[in-house]
Design a protein around this ligand. Structure first.
Ligand code: SMG
Ligand code: MG
Length: 376
């Protein structure tokens, strides 16, 4: 729970904006390849302020059922109309107004981020201060997509370690796992390394996954079905490598079930997946109580969503480096006047200015905007 009281503000207008930013290199997971980040941005206007939110959804429903199109439709038809022109409320009060909408977590989270940015600006509080952050700098990891060859993977790891990244996450899938782990361990015996399968396995693969135990991985993320907790519990009972859940936890309810069932031992928290930063804080609190370390996931965010991720990652339970990498890991030019740059010690700063605390490069934003619509 957040401890600060936020101002009650009106939302007079809202806009949906889509930006298209090419990725510096293609990003391949067990479910597909992405060469561009097409991000939906939400802008809320009220009390003379503009709040910005970024939606985590991608173009295709490979990670989640939510897509760019579904989130735009949910925001335009249901979520933003629930708050537009209503009496002033704080962000929790505003988000209660769309709580009747089932699902559409990424769409809700984008609107909530914009409201928190607006409220932070009004109160002169950084998002990190609002959420209960305690760190000024965030130790960062990097997520490396499936590469054309093992050698290419090793080269990519070399490059990121040289930049200072503190943890390597490798996407894997059946057949691109044991050899991958063996090759990586041979070349990098002590580097903190983990795998992310994005649900590419079934419980029938338990023996194969158990063979990963010998490689001393930090964890394996979401090996089994996106909506499963039972099989993950059965798998965790058979392997030593800690299971980290991602897709399977979309709410505090899911997390409580996962803890009870011992479906894993670690949680990747993404505000988009759990309907917002405020729900993410409650899940973080529950993980602390359950002794589950957490880390902040990523969805190839532009600097806007990245600022929010860094604020979230400043909370005390985020004890592991996450997928909060620097702007240049994704984009030649980010949406910000000052891109996020990795320090030599592998950390990024938590923005300390009011709200998201980042200045948007408006000329570049205009150039990469491919859609802009007024809602309501
Ligand atoms: O933002 O650096 C990033 C990407 C991190 O691997 C990453 N995200 O399952 O955790 C995950 C994936 C989902 C994104 S698929 C485009
Ligand atoms: Mg994942």
């Amino acid at each position: 729970m957040i401890q600060v009281q936020l101002p009650e503000l009106p939302v007079e207008r809202a806009r949906l904006r889509v930006v298209a930013l090419p990725l510096v290199s293609p990003f391949t997971t067990s479910f597909g390849t992405q060469t561009e980040r097409r991000a939906l941005l939400v802008e809320v206007f009220g009390a003379g302020l503009r709040g910005w939110g970024e939606c985590a959804a991608g173009l295709d429903p490979g990670y989640s059922y939510e897509t760019l199109a579904s989130t735009m439709e949910a925001l335009r038809r249901h979520i933003l109309p629930a708050i537009l022109g209503r009496e002033a409320a704080d962000p929790a009060g505003q988000s209660a107004r769309w709580a009747w909408v089932r699902g559409h977590n990424m769409a809700k989270a984008a609107a909530e981020m914009a409201l928190l940015d607006q409220a932070g600006q009004a109160a002169g509080l950084s998002l990190a201060a609002i959420l209960g952050g305690v760190k000024q700098r965030i130790p960062c990891g990097v997520s490396i997509g499936i590469q054309p060859s093992l050698e290419a993977t090793l080269t990519a790891i070399d490059g990121y370690l040289a930049q200072g990244y503190l943890r390597i996450k490798l996407k894997c899938k059946p057949g691109y796992d044991l050899q991958l782990a063996a090759a990586v361990r041979e070349r990098f015996p002590t580097t903190p390394v983990m795998l992310d399968a994005n649900s590419a396995y079934t419980l029938a693969d338990a023996e194969r996954l158990r063979q990963l135990d010998e490689f001393n991985l930090m964890m394996i993320e979401q090996p089994l079905a996106h909506d499963d907790l039972l099989d993950h519990a059965a798998l965790q009972a058979q392997i030593r490598t800690p299971v980290c859940l991602d897709e399977s936890v979309e709410s505090l309810t899911d997390l409580r079930a996962a803890v009870r069932l011992q479906s894993g031992r670690i949680l990747n928290i993404k505000a988009g997946r759990v309907a917002g930063l405020l729900p993410a804080v409650r899940i973080h609190d529950a993980c602390r109580e359950a002794d589950w370390p957490v880390w902040c996931g990523g969805m190839l965010e532009t600097g806007i969503g990245r600022a929010a991720n860094l604020a979230l990652a400043s909370l005390p339970g985020f004890t592991l480096p996450g997928d909060t990498s620097a702007s240049d890991r994704y984009f030649r030019r980010d949406l910000l006047e000052e891109p996020f740059t990795l320090a030599e010690d592998g950390t990024l700063p938590v923005p300390s200015g009011p709200g998201l605390g980042v200045a948007i490069d408006s000329a570049w934003l205009d150039q990469v905007t491919v859609h802009l619509e007024e809602v309501g």
